[in-house]
Design a protein around this ligand. Structure first.
Ligand code: SF4
Ligand code: SF4
Length: 168
């Protein structure tokens, strides 16, 4: 996992897909290629009420990325300083080995360039002290750009508050 993580609060997500739109705009990704994606789950019924859930999905920036191991040219790389996994477009030969290797179908094919591209956590924005495009434009604030230890701390806090509410 990279030094950073994007967390998603499913309970606050309204499925507006502003994150997808701003990701596409920022990366100029071709039609059909989504570096981040909102997956619709449902409809299903809870307490007699029909519901949908929306789940944010992007690259996990794995600690030992299958895509990097599979790439024969070194185009798919893991950034030394923070573990962000990205594609060096100049070295990609379009063999699609990374697409086959990633268990979650994260690397995306660009038919216009004949190369693969994917989420790089907006590393250019991060280097400028900004948050990734998807996070910065989320209308409900359900996406959070944080570190794994801060994410786990805030989840414990949230759990403790919920427990107190149930008991009170
Ligand atoms: S593309 Fe897939 S294998 Fe590679 S870092 Fe992302 S989630 Fe992991
Ligand atoms: S498609 Fe490009 S990035 Fe993917 S494995 Fe082949 S050379 Fe590497």
């Amino acid at each position: 996992m990279s030094k950073y993580i994007v967390t998603h609060d499913v309970n606050s997500c309204i499925g507006c897909r502003a994150c997808e739109v701003h990701c596409k705009e920022k990366n100029d990704s071709p039609p059909g290629a989504n570096y981040c994606k909102i997956i619709t789950v449902g409809p299903y019924e809870r307490q007699g009420i029909p519901r949908f859930d929306f789940v944010y999905m992007s690259c996990f920036h794995c600690e030992k990325p299958w895509c990097v191991d599979a790439c024969p040219t070194g185009a798919m790389q893991r950034r030394e300083k923070d573990g962000i996994v990205f594609v060096d477009q100049g070295s990609c030969v379009g063999c699609k080995a990374c697409i086959a290797a990633c268990p979650w179908g994260v690397p995306q094919w660009n038919a216009d360039t004949g190369k693969v591209s994917k989420c790089d956590l907006c590393k250019d924005r991060i280097d400028e002290g900004l948050r990734p495009a998807c996070v910065s434009k989320c209308v409900t604030g359900c996406l959070e750009f944080t570190t794994p230890s801060e994410a786990s701390e805030s989840r414990r806090q949230h759990f403790a508050e919920q427990m107190l509410r149930v008991q009170g």
